[in-house]
Design a protein around this ligand. Structure first.
Ligand code: UDP
Ligand code: MG
Length: 321
């Protein structure tokens, strides 16, 4: 059942005990400025180790008509939380927002206007700077967007956040994509539709800590590249081909040299270099192919993306059709 004139905000939460109350306050302030729509929250506890779920219960008691929540049986990652949210969201419009107030709720006013008045299907957001972030992280992030947009089938707006508001058509489109290896930014770009971008400066976390380590970001980036590009596979074959050609030319050269000047003894050095070089290349190519096979392996298992341990969804009422 779709609730009309309602925005469902999907809020993935991993150890967000300290931020939730502040977040709720900010949402309510925004609600006051948007009298024509009803904002409800769909909180998703992604296996938090702190009192996040407890906070959910407290909020659900305080705002019984506004709070829905799901609680996973363990940590499945933000991507899983997003898809679970999309599957359970009932509002006419659906938003994705972080709990840490890095995504200011008041932007919803403009997002909602863009969708309802200017006929956009999605209002998405982009960070225009990365202040307060370690420079090394910004450097790799920028590099990543450049590489991705060069070799991948999909374009990802630089600094694009997950923070966005969308209409039903887009939610349904996303839900039709069955893959297990999910990279939301790519999926949102892949489905298309009319997207308006709102820009805003970076805001530091209100409390708690970021749950991304450098390695988790790295594998997230790789996930994005490999989900939408076969280029890495091509790189493997291109490098392989080039080195094979070089080896061939070098071989002809050595044979020619031996024929003209007779055999020279210490040829083992170049031989060793060649063997090592080729061996390394083969391993590289195998590694790339292996990663894709790993993805096929995961897809073929068809495991659910998340498991719900506890669910609280308000049925009824005045806000529904
Ligand atoms: N998050 C999640 N599961 C995870 C990691 C993060 O649901 O495994 C949530 C987190 O609670 C937050 C959002 O995803 O609401 C963004 O996480 P974070 O602020 O740590 O990332 P950053 O803003 O630093 O990219
Ligand atoms: Mg954050």
């Amino acid at each position: 059942m779709i609730k009309s004139d309602t925005i469902t905000l999907i809020v993935p939460c991993y150890n967000e005990e300290e931020t939730l109350e502040l977040f709720m306050k900010a949402v309510l302030e925004t609600q006051n400025k948007m009298p024509d729509v009803f904002i409800e929250l769909l909180l998703i506890n992604d296996g938090s180790k702190d009192g996040t779920l407890n906070q959910f219960h407290i909020l659900a008691q305080k705002y019984p008509d506004r709070i829905n929540f799901l609680s996973f049986s363990r940590n499945f990652g933000k991507e899983a939380a997003i898809i679970a949210g999309l599957e359970h969201a009932e509002g006419e419009w659906v938003g994705l927002i972080d709990a840490d107030l890095q995504d200011p709720p008041e932007l919803l006013i403009e997002m909602h206007r863009l969708i309802t008045e200017e006929d956009y299907d999605v209002a998405a957001t982009r960070r225009v700077d990365r202040e307060g972030e370690p420079p090394i992280r910004s450097f790799f992030a920028n590099l990543y967007y450049k590489i991705n947009n060069h070799i991948s089938d999909i374009y990802i707006e630089e600094g694009a956040r997950d923070y966005r508001l969308m209409n039903r058509a887009v939610v349904d489109a996303i839900l039709r994509l069955p893959e297990r290896n999910r990279f939301s930014k790519g999926l949102f770009s892949w489905v298309g539709f009319d997207v308006a971008y709102i820009e805003y400066p970076n805001i530091e976390r209100s409390a708690g800590e970021t749950s991304w380590s450098f390695t988790s970001l790295f594998s997230y980036a790789l996930e994005g590249l490999m989900s939408f590009s076969e280029m890495p596979l091509n790189i493997a074959s291109i490098i392989g081909f080039i080195s094979f050609m070089i080896a061939l030319i070098y071989g002809v050269f050595i044979i020619g040299k031996t024929l003209i000047y007779g055999p020279t003894t210490p040829g083992w050095a170049s031989l060793a270099v060649l063997i090592l070089g080729m061996g390394g290349l083969q391993l590289l190519c195998l590694g790339i192919v292996g990663r894709y096979i790993g993805k096929i392996f995961i897809e073929s298992k068809q495991r659910p993306l998340y498991l719900i341990k506890e669910k609280h969804q308000v049925e009824d009422d005045s806000h529904t059709e």
